[in-house]
Design a protein around this ligand. Structure first.
Ligand code: NAD
Length: 556
C-alpha cells in the first residue's frame, strides 16, 4: 500500500531563486516547502504523495495538491488557508500576524482512533495520514532525523561505552526515510552497524546518499565485515537485505557479538511491516487483499523480532525502542516481555527536552547550498562554547548530501532558538543570504507532542497520555505569529497513540518577521520547559528560573 501511484501523479520540484511566484514570502515559503516535500529527492514515494513514515502524505490527492498550489498563489497576506487532512477546505480573512496556513491532519475522536476506522475513512477519501512533518510540509529528507539519531547514539556512547562507539557493533533495521539515518549516525559516533531492510531499493538509496557505506551478500558476510571493522576500530555501516523478524533471531542464535540493538522498521503500521516467509515483492498486494490477516502475521513477526531484542538485552547488549511502537505490536501478538527494554526518550532524550532542547531545522528557499553554508558559519559563531554543536555542524557540512532544498538541522534549546532565527532574518535582510529561510522543527520536540510510547513515555508524574500540551503548543504558536501551524494525530507511533503539533516561520528579512520569530522561538521551546516543570522535573524548573520562563503555580 505504500508505493501505489495516485491518479494525476507527476514530478514536483519547488521553485528556486528569489523571485516570488505568490503574493508574499510567507505564502511562498509554504508553497515551496509543500512542493519540496514531494520532490523525488525528498519523498520516499512521491507518486503516491507519500513523503516518509509508512504512508505519511503531503496531500490527500493530486487534485487536492493542485488546489492548494492554486490557492497559495493567490492567497493574500491577510488571509489564511485551512487544510483538513491534506485537502484545502477554506480561505478566511485574518490578519498579517496570523498564520497563512492552518492544518489539521488525521485527527479522530478518541473511541474511533484506530487504524481500522482510519483506513475505512481514508478509503472513502475523507482523510489522510499526515505523519509528523509529511502533512505539515517541513520534512527535509533523512538529514532531519540524522541529528536526533546522532544525539541518541552519542548518548548511548556516553552511557555505556566511554563516550565513543569505536569498537562496538550496532544492529538496526529499517532503512526508510527516518531509519536510514541510523547507519550514518553510528559511523559519525565512530561505530560499526549492521543495517537490515527487506527492500533492496531502500538500501541502495541510502548508499547513493552516502548514509550507508556498503552492502553485504548474506548474514555471514555482514558479520565478517562488521567484526573486522570493529577490531580495527574503523567506522563502517553494512546494509543487509532480509526480514528483521528472521535476521535478528538468527544473529542471536549465532551468538553474534552485538553491543547495541534497535529498530526503525515501519512497525507503527502493521500493514507496512513484512511478515515471516513473505516475499517483499508480494507485500503490497497481500496487505490490500486481506489486511486483517496481514496485520496478525505482521504482529507475530514483530513479536519474534522483539523477543530476539530482549534476548540480546539478556546477554548484556544496550537495547532500546526507537519510537516505532514495535513493543506494543509485539505485546498485542501475545509476547509478554515486550516492554523489558526502554524507549529512547526516557533512556536518553528527556534531560534535553527539559531545557526546551530539540530539533531546530531550517531550509534555504533560494535552493543555493551557499546560503546554508552561511547559516552554518553563523551557528558556530553564535554558540562558540558548544563543542558538540560545532562537531555536528562541521560533520554535517562535510558528510550530509542535500535532498531537495538545502537544509540544516541542529538541536537548540530555550534561549538559543530565537537567537539563531533572528540572526538568519538579519542575514536575509542584509543580502548575506540570497532568499528567505524557513525555520521549523519536527513534531518530536520538547513541548509539542503527547505520545505515551515515545516522547512522553514514563513521565515523572504519570501524565504520559495528557494531550492538552500539543494543543496549547499549536494555539500559542498561532497566537505568536508562526507562518503555518498544524495539529496532527497518530504520527510516529500510529493511530490512537499520539497527538502532536508543528510550526514553521518564514524569515523573510522584514521587521515584522523578526517580531514574529522572536515570539515563536521563545514560546515554542518554552512549552517544553513548562510541560516538564509541570511534570515535576526539577532540572526544567531550574532552567525556567534561570532563563525567565514564568510558571504561575510557582509564583505568589
Ligand atoms: P519508512 O516506511 O520510510 O521505512 C520503513 C522501512 O522498514 C522500509 O524500508 C521497509 O522496507 C522496512 N521494513 C518493513 N518491514 C520490515 C521487516 N520485517 N524487516 C526489515 N525491514 C522492514 O519509515 P521511516 O520513515 O523510516 O520510519 C520508520 C519507523 O520509525 C516508523 O515507525 C516511524 O514512525 C518511526 N520513527 C521514529 C522516529 C524517532 O523518533 N526515532 C522518528 C521518525 C520515525
Amino acid at each position: 500500500t505504500t508505493d501505489r501511484s495516485l491518479p494525476g501523479a507527476r514530478p514536483v520540484r519547488a521553485p528556486r531563486g528569489n523571485a516570488l511566484t505568490t503574493l508574499g514570502w510567507q505564502q511562498e515559503g509554504v508553497l515551496r516547502m509543500l512542493m519540496n516535500n514531494l520532490d523525488p529527492e525528498v519523498a520516499e514515494h512521491p507518486d503516491g504523495l507519500v513523503v516518509y513514515g509508512g504512508t505519511g502524505r503531503a496531500a490527500r490527492s493530486w487534485e487536492a495538491f493542485d488546489a492548494m498550489v492554486r490557492t497559495l498563489k493567490t492567497l493574500r497576506s491577510d488571509e489564511t488557508m485551512l487544510v483538513q487532512s491534506g485537502k484545502p477546505v477554506g480561505v478566511f480573512r485574518t490578519h498579517e500576524w496570523a498564520p497563512r496556513v492552518l492544518i489539521a491532519n488525521s485527527n479522530l475522536v478518541g473511541d474511533w482512533a484506530n487504524w481500522e476506522e482510519f483506513r475505512r475513512l481514508e478509503d472513502l477519501g475523507l482523510t489522510m495520514y499526515g505523519q509528523m512533518t509529511a502533512g505539515s510540509w517541513i520534512y527535509i529528507g533523512t538529514q532531519g532525523i540524522l541529528q536526533g539519531t546522532y544525539e541518541t547514539f552519542g548518548a548511548v556512547a556516553r552511557k555505556r561505552f566511554g563516550g565513543t562507539l569505536a569498537g562496538t557493533i550496532t544492529l538496526c533495521a529499517g532503512m526508510g526515510g527516518m531509519g536510514g539515518a541510523q547507519p550514518l549516525a553510528v559511523t559519525m559516533n565512530d561505530g560499526v552497524a549492521i543495517c537490515v531492510d527487506c527492500d533492496v531499493t531502500r538500501i541502495d538509496r541510502r548508499i547513493a546518499h552516502r548514509y550507508l557505506d556498503t552492502k553485504a551478500d548474506d548474514i555471514d558476510h555482514a558479520l565478517r565485515l562488521a567484526t573486522q571493522a570493529r577490531d580495527a576500530r574503523t567506522p563502517l555501516s553494512i546494509g543487509l537485505v532480509g526480514n528483521a523478524a528472521e535476521v535478528y533471531p538468527k544473529l542471536l542464535e549465532m551468538s553474534a557479538p552485538i553491543d547495541i540493538v534497535t529498530d526503525q522498521t515501519s512497525a507503527h503500521d502493521p500493514l507496512a511491516y513484512l511478515p515471516f516467509g513473505m516475499d517483499f515483492a508480494d507485500m503490497a498486494t497481500m496487505a490490500t487483499k486481506d489486511p486483517q490477516r496481514f496485520t496478525e502475521e505482521a504482529r507475530d513477526a514483530m513479536a519474534a523480532q522483539v523477543e530476539a531484542m530482549v534476548g540480546f538485552q539478556d546477554r548484556g547488549a544496550e537495547v532500546f525502542d526507537y519510537g516505532n511502537s514495535i513493543r506494543d505490536e509485539a505485546r498485542k501478538a501475545g509476547y509478554d516481555r515486550a516492554f523489558d527494554f526502554p524507549g529512547f526518550v526516557p533512556a536518553y532524550i528527556r534531560p534535553l527536552f527539559e531545557e526546551g532542547l530539540g530539533p531546530f531545522r531550517w531550509a534555504a528557499l533560494s535552493g543555493d547550498p551557499k546560503d546554508i553554508e552561511a547559516t552554518d558559519r553563523a551557528i558556530v559563531e553564535l554558540f562558540p562554547d558548544n563543542a558538540h554543536l560545532r562537531r555536528w555542524i562541521e560533520m554535517a557540512g562535510e558528510r550530509v548530501a542535500f535532498e531537495g532544498l538545502p537544509a540544516r538541522i541542529c538541536w537548540l534549546g530555550y534561549g538559543e532558538r530565537h537567537r539563531a532565527g533572528l540572526k538568519f532574518n538579519e542575514m536575509v535582510a542584509s543580502g548575506e543570504i540570497s532568499a528567505p529561510i524557513v525555520i521549523g522543527r519536527d513534531h518530536l520536540d520538547s513541548g509539542s507532542v503527547a505520545s505515551p510510547y515515545r516522547e512522553t513515555e514514563a513521565m515523572a508524574d504519570g501524565s504520559d497520555a495528557i494531550a492538552d500540551w500539543p494543543l496549547l503548543n499549536a494555539l500559542v504558536n498561532t497566537a505568536s505569529g508562526a507562518s503555518w501551524v498544524s495539529i496532527h494525530h497518530g504520527g510516529g507511533v500510529g493511530m490512537g497513540r499520539s497527538i502532536h503539533a508543528g510550526q514553521v516561520c518564514v524569515a523573510d528579512g522584514t521587521e515584522l518577521a523578526a517580531q514574529k520569530i522572536d515570539r515563536v522561538l521563545h514560546n515554542d521551546p518554552g512549552m517544553g520547559v513548562i510541560r516538564h516543570v509541570d511534570a515535576g522535573y526539577e532540572h526544567a524548573a531550574a532552567v525556567a528560573a534561570e532563563r525567565g520562563v514564568r510558571i504561575p503555580m510557582r509564583e505568589n
